[in-house]
Design a protein around this ligand. Structure first.
Ligand code: FAD
Length: 319
């Protein structure tokens, strides 16, 4: 284990963790940000972002925006560890973090490990992940050029990603379980103008089938229980089914230590959890609105709370 004790360890380099790192770095706190993959978390999966204040007004990709977050955090001195956190002791002092590559100690922790896409829950889903079923349009959309693509969901992520896919695919069909979409009106207005994009309402995917790759989607109409089978166009190599039906918080690591509700971390308006010196930020937190701007705001607030917490411990509090 490294002997170094950081002032704060930030777990996750999505918008919440990086924003926290900018603020703790700028406050001259010895900061370590631990990220298991590429920076950006969920937002790195989207090719088109248009609602983060101050971003390129004509729209830009999530990765382009996040690149600037990362640079800014590093500019203010945040250190980085490329590691997957496997275990934490958030009660001890200093806090202990065990990763695949090493162990770390910090006087305080900001947990910002975000959330992961929820599965669709239909029969045979797992058998076709990577063979037609996907949870990331930016990552996999290109495989479905000029093919038929189906998108499950009705929220903003689903409709935005369907519009992105419509630029690549021959035809995109959103499958939504309700009789209207949930995405904000302006997004729906844009979607209505996309010629090769349509919606099947009141329907859920029950089952998918195929010989190694996805070849058939069985839909159930939730009003009359009628089953419809959609088949892959024989002239195409692939058909796609993209799932955007919400999130599961990445909080398993903290179970039994940090107070959770339905898997989400309970934190107050200063992002304090039930544990001394442990703060939470971003999509893993119980809250109503999960976006880049709210994740970044959580990160900034958590960082400020860390600063106050350490100043109190050190007796350097500004009064
Ligand atoms: C397809 C899609 C489109 C979206 N479009 C928009 C949009 O247009 N506008 C908008 O404002 N929001 C959008 N969002 C929502 C936005 O991306 C999220 O609200 C935001 O990314 C949440 O940030 P976060 O930092 O809390 O978590 P995340 O983005 O989930 O980041 C968490 C990070 O923690 C890391 N991590 C997790 N577990 C570990 C571990 N054990 N060890 C180390 N690292 C770990 C992950 O790898 C990840 O990088 C979209 C989301 C999706 C999925």
């Amino acid at each position: 284990m490294s002997k170094k004790i950081y002032d704060v360890a930030i777990l996750g380099a999505g918008p919440a963790g990086l924003a926290a790192g900018i603020y703790t770095g700028r406050a001259n706190l010895k900061t370590l940000i631990i990220e298991q993959g590429l920076d950006g978390g969920q937002i790195a999966q989207t090719s088109s972002l248009e609602n983060y204040p101050g971003q390129m007004p004509e729209g830009e990709s999530g990765t382009a925006l996040i690149e600037r977050f990362s640079k800014q955090a590093e500019l203010f001195g945040a250190e980085r560890a490329q590691d997957s956190v496997l275990e934490v002791d958030l009660v001890s002092n200093p806090k202990l973090i065990k990763g695949l590559m090493g162990e770390y100690q910090a006087r305080s922790v900001i947990i910002a490990t975000g959330a992961s896409p929820r599965k669709g829950g239909f029969v045979n889903e797992d058998n076709f992940i990577g063979g037609g079923v996907s949870y990331c349009a930016t990552c996999d959309g290109n495989f479905f050029r000029d093919s038929d693509v189906y998108v499950i969901g009705g929220g903003e992520a689903a409709v935005e990603e369907a519009m992105y896919l419509a630029k690549l695919a021959r035809k995109v069909t959103i499958i939504h379980r309700r009789d209207r979409l949930r995405a904000v009106e302006s997004v729906q207005d844009r979607a209505r103008k996309v010629e090769n994009l349509s919606v099947i309402y009141n329907s859920v995917v029950e089952e998918v089938n195929g010989d190694e790759i996805l070849e058939e989607i069985k839909l159930r109409n939730v009003v009359n229980d009628e089953i419809t089978t959609i088949k892959k166009n024989p002239a195409d190599n692939l058909m796609g089914l993209f799932v955007f039906v919400g999130l599961n918080p990445n909080t398993g690591l903290y179970e039994g230590q940090v107070e959770l509700e339905a898997g989400y971390v309970l934190a107050d308006e200063d992002m304090k959890t039930n544990l001394d010196g442990v703060f939470a930020a971003g999509d893993l937190r119980k809250k109503n609105f999960r976006q880049v701007i709210t994740a970044a705001a959580d990160g900034a607030i958590a960082a400020n709370s860390v600063r106050n917490y350490l100043a109190r411990l050190d007796g350097t509090e500004y009064v």
